[in-house]
Write a protein that binds this ligand. Structure first.
Ligand SMILES: [Zn+2]
Ligand SMILES: [Zn+2]
Length: 301
């Protein structure tokens, strides 16, 4: 199955072009521990409204377009659209396309349930790597069950205000390289803080990383930068790519480091020399101590 990209210059007319579906999976970080939510809690409402409007714009572009929205919380990640169980009966609102109403109502209902289930006040980091892994599984399942001949272009958009957690470094790298192998683009919209690990993920999978300069204009940034499909993006004037911070996290303390020791057997990274690799248990020779010239003994006469 060829999944390299929807733009094909075949001489024969592309009959299947109407069967081409774009799936957008949005991962929304709803963890109440995010700094911007702790300072002003109503920010979440603004972010959710913007994301729903953006999601509906994606559906509006093409009748075949598909959408999934996930909430990444402090302990779990859930699909909030399409939600678990059968879709609820939603009364049509005059003047609004039913599909948009369903997206809005389902997302808000499931999100409210998720937020209400959170009882702990302990601040924990968002499980973004796990949420991306779930999104990848979902995409792979859809790709496996799609009708033959149909084309499914998939991408993931992460919207988060968390800071980068180097403790999930390994999980991040695993999901980034899996996505790259499956031709799934990962886009990241950082709302509050710079995210160097997720920025690496965008670079690896060919997605766009954007740190939103002003949260008020979130919807505009989403529509401008993240709405166009990846093949169309090359034709647009988008924010220039920033230099990617390619620091790795050491396996001993999970901190981002510039220079470290790398195990020559399993490529684990350590910030300090250790004689035994904690990952693969290879034993290394201690570096020889600096040679000290033996002092010349003065010969007593
Ligand atoms: Zn370390
Ligand atoms: Zn090793």
């Amino acid at each position: 199955m060829n999944m390299t990209g929807p733009v094909q210059n075949d001489a024969t007319p592309d009959i299947t072009s109407t069967d081409e579906t774009s799936l957008l999976v949005i991962i929304l970080d709803t963890n109440p521990g995010q700094r911007m939510l702790r300072e002003t809690s109503h920010v979440l409402t603004h972010v959710v409204e913007s994301v729903i409007a953006f999601a509906n714009s994606h559906l509006m572009q093409k009748a075949q377009n598909k959408l999934a929205i996930m909430a990444c919380h402090s302990r779990t990640s859930h699909f909030i659209y399409p939600g678990p169980g059968k879709p609820q009966d939603i009364r049509q609102i005059d003047g609004q396309y039913e599909a948009f109403t369903v997206v809005e109502k389902t997302t808000k209902q499931n999100l409210t349930q998720l937020l209400a289930s959170e009882t702990s006040t302990v601040i924990t980091e968002s499980l973004l790597a796990g949420a991306i892994a779930m999104a990848l599984c979902y995409i792979v399942r859809l790709q496996r069950t799609k009708p033959p001949g149909a084309k499914l272009n998939c991408r993931i958009l992460v919207v988060t205000g968390s800071d980068c957690s180097a403790s999930q470094y390994m999980n991040y790298m695993n999901v980034f390289f899996t996505a790259q192998k499956k031709n799934i683009v990962i886009d990241v919209c950082a709302l509050d803080q710079h995210l160097s690990l997720l920025q690496q993920g965008c670079d690896i999978t060919g997605g766009i990383y954007l740190k939103v300069p002003q949260l008020q204009g979130l919807l505009q940034y989403l529509l401008w930068v993240f709405l166009p499909e990846p093949p169309i993006r090359e034709k647009l004037v988008l924010p220039p790519p920033v230099k990617v911070d390619y620091r790795a996290a050491c396996f001993c303390h999970r901190e981002l480091i510039d220079i470290g020791y790398v195990c020559s057997v399993c490529l684990s990274i350590f910030c300090k020399f250790s004689p035994i690799c904690t990952t693969c248990h290879t034993v290394f020779k201690m570096p020889a101590p600096l040679a000290v010239k033996p002092k010349k003994k003065k010969i007593k006469l």
